[in-house]
Design a binder for this molecule. Sequence first.
Ligand SMILES: Nc1ncnc2c1ncn2[C@@H]1O[C@H](COP(=O)(O)OP(=O)(O)OP(=O)(O)O)[C@@H](O)[C@H]1O
Ligand SMILES: [Mg+2]
Length: 233
Amino acid sequence: MAGAVRIRGLVKDFGSRRVLSGLDLDVSGGEFVALLGRSGCGKSTLLRILAGLDPDVEGTFEVPERVSVAFQQPRLLPWRRVWRNVSLGLRGVDGRAVAERALAEVRLAGHADAWPLTLSGGEAQRVSLARALVREPELLLLDEPFGALDALTRLAMHHLVEQLWREHRPAVLFVTHDVDEALLLADRVVVMDEGRIVAEHRVDLPRPRRRAAFADLRSRVLSNLGVDDVEAA
Ligand SMILES: Nc1ncnc2c1ncn2[C@@H]1O[C@H](COP(=O)(O)OP(=O)(O)OP(=O)(O)O)[C@@H](O)[C@H]1O
Ligand SMILES: [Mg+2]
């Protein structure tokens, strides 16, 4: 499949602080890539740049025409009903019908007319996913989308994201702090440090995956992150 993302020598400074220092990364069409790295290493900065939200950079990057982002916080507009949040900014289509279809995909068919403040955290996050999906993105950027959710809801969200990815086949760049989450979902795990990609691992395991299947890989990724894997010891 054609390349979805091609980044070469990307440099980003905030004042005198260099956050991205010549970053190179490719993501193939339809590929699911997880991006790990310690807090403050520049993951969200990279996603914002790829989403076109920060034009002030050096280096080059290419992304497809349709790019969607879902952030750690769902960022719904509280004064608009759920379906309007989902269809926000769509033109030339029946917004209600498109929103209802996307809401059904994230198992929220009955919530189209709800107000965002009445939703649970997991529901709000699913609305945010629906909003990303209605644009039928060729590239889906997910910035710690499940960071604020409890463990059980996270599990359900893993299944959902995997299923949506399988059906729509966007390229995905998925930021997470959770190594297991990365290894459960991704085709490839990349690790960032000092503003560059410093390690990458292909995850050649059939889906759905079990944690037991990637104990070794888990230790290696944790060591890339400078953490000892106590479970493996
Ligand atoms: N608008 C900004 N102005 C100045 N500095 C910024 C700005 N946005 C981010 N930074 C700095 O850039 C660095 C990278 O931030 P970024 O949010 O990309 O990190 P991150 O890898 O996403 O971290 P986390 O895992 O905690 O979300 C941080 O040191 C942050 O303080
Ligand atoms: Mg971040």
